[in-house]
Design a protein around this ligand. Sequence first.
Ligand SMILES: [Zn+2]
Length: 169
Amino acid sequence: MIRPILKYGDTTLHQKAADVPSINPVIERLIDDMIDTMYAAPGVGLAAPQIGVPFRIFVIDVSVGRDPESLIVMVNPEFVSRDGMQLEEEGCLSVPGFEATVVRPMHAVVKGLDRSGREHQREGTGLLARAFQHEMDHLDGRLFIDHLRGIKRDVIVRRIRKLSRAGKW
Ligand SMILES: [Zn+2]
């Protein structure tokens, strides 16, 4: 089931998410909904807080559904390692219409549970490493614009407030 994606300003997006205590049918359904919602958007990743559920779960598919092998589900993820640096334009389904250049690791290894509760580890370079960091940030209540400094961030936040006042956010 496709669920509505929350936008910048909704409190769930700006708070730290909690560990999933155990994988049960409710969590499995939530993961299915996250995958449906990510593909429908379409996006390369989605974190549970983006659909209003403050749990530490994210889904990523850098092929956006073209390659079934590239779908990654991470429950209670943590970084094993991060290194290097990349600077690329980035956007977010919760901040539609805005993009900015964000510094991210070039390479990242993440471990967590898969949808059946088994531990797994995935390694990413380039876009996948960027997606790991972006989704992990969501679980800590951080959006990509929170990485921007001063004026750059202020300009985006001011434009969002304006859209919001006009009922267009
Ligand atoms: Zn995002």
